[in-house]
Design a protein around this ligand. Structure first.
Ligand code: TYM
Length: 338
């Protein structure tokens, strides 16, 4: 058992519990994680340390962290086959984050798109954590010697910076970190908002954002009101530049049904948006129904959730400790006597 685990490549990813999980998180990330457990040694966590870079309501943050864990499991992440944990329970993340801050350049951090976006959205709280967010993310990844990081497209830049930090550290101190690669799905890597298809789906626009725990009625309503485009053609055709709303709905439909864009175009030939939008809504409702029902059942079982995150933190800590010890030695810290 131990040997197979060691020979498997490592997958690692996380989501901030700063909002409830939405369709973008699901199609861009979690849905794909569930298929990887047999082939890889998988670690998935609730990135609660990252989420406080934006002011959170403490009770809500606690509730969402546990709800997120329940949704991970409901999406098919079996806790016996995946290591599921809460980031703040493994203190090595914060410790390696500090070290890596010292190997990450001001200029690199200043160029991060997510930092610039978040500054624009939180002008009254541009704190140090928001700026050094990517070095903590690099610590998350490098602690586990991850080979792959399954994320949506928006996290590609952070993954590339992680690689640069790992290479820089290895060049100074010798081979210490595995240099990871992002693992981005072909369809669903960038789901756009239903009301504004030129910006990515996010919780900050709740009307254009479908949450995993939304009721079927709510999902149907959101898709019915989805923006398509202003032409009169009403033709279901994949043309992201001309018809971003339709292209987004096609990506969602393709991602949940497995149908190709050509198949979708054929299916809705001559039918128009009036038939297409509710069909996408229906497909999403059916895809999310088992997730919602199972998540609600698991969320009610607090003892089970506690058992999962305790076991997850123990497994994760054992790995994280090993890497951090190596790093402390490399940079020249005196070995801890206990
Ligand atoms: P976060 O919490 O913003 O998003 C979690 C995951 O969902 C993907 N995602 C999307 N995919 C497609 N379309 C969208 N509209 C969409 N919105 C979000 C994201 O790409 C991501 O995969 N920094 C990370 C959290 C993190 C992390 C890590 C990830 C912290 N440490 C280590 C990987 C490894 C973040 O903010 O994701």
């Amino acid at each position: 058992m131990e040997n197979t685990e060691l020979s498997k490549k490592v997958m690692l990813s996380g989501i901030q519990p700063s909002g409830d999980l939405h369709l973008g998180n699901y199609l861009g990330a979690v849905k794909n994680w569930a298929t990887l457990a047999e082939e890889f040694d998988c670690y998935y966590f609730m990135a609660d340390l990252h989420s406080i870079t934006v002011r959170q309501n403490p009770a809500e943050l606690r509730r969402r962290s546990l709800a997120q864990l329940a949704q991970y499991i409901a999406c098919g992440l079996d806790p016996e086959k995946n290591t599921l944990f809460i980031q703040s329970h493994v203190h090595e993340h914060a410790e390696l984050g500090w070290i890596l801050n010292c190997y990450t350049m001001f200029g690199e951090l200043s160029r991060m798109t997510q930092f610039k976006d978040k500054c624009a959205k939180n002008a009254d709280n541009i704190n140090g954590g928001l700026f050094t967010y990517p070095s903590l993310m690099a610590a998350d990844i490098l602690l586990y010697q991850a080979d792959y990081v399954p994320v949506g497209e928006d996290q590609k830049q952070h993954c590339e910076l992680t690689r640069d930090i790992a290479v820089r550290f290895n060049n100074i101190y010798g081979e210490t970190f595995k240099v990871p690669e992002p693992y981005i799905p072909k369809v669903g890597a960038r789901i756009m908002g239903l009301m504004n298809p030129t910006s990515k789906m996010s919780k900050s626009d709740p009307q254009g954002c479908v949450f995993l725990l939304d009721s079927p009625e709510e999902i149907a309503r959101k898709f019915k009101r989805a923006v398509t485009d202003s032409d009169t053609e009403s033709c279901v055709r994949y043309a992201p530049a001309e018809k971003p709303g339709v292209a987004n709905l096609m990506s969602i439909y393709s991602s949940v049904t497995g149908k190709s864009f050509e198949e979708i175009e054929k299916e809705f030939q001559g039918k128009g948006y009036g038939a297409f939008k509710p069909a996408v809504g229906e497909a999403v409702i059916e895809a999310l129904r088992p997730v919602r029902e199972e998540a609600q059942r698991i969320m009610a079982d607090k003892a089970y959730l506690q058992q999962v995150y305790t076991q997850g933190a123990q497994k994760a800590s054992a790995v994280a400790r090993r890497t951090l010890r190596k790093v402390y030695k490399r940079v020249g810290f005196v070995e801890k006597p206990f």
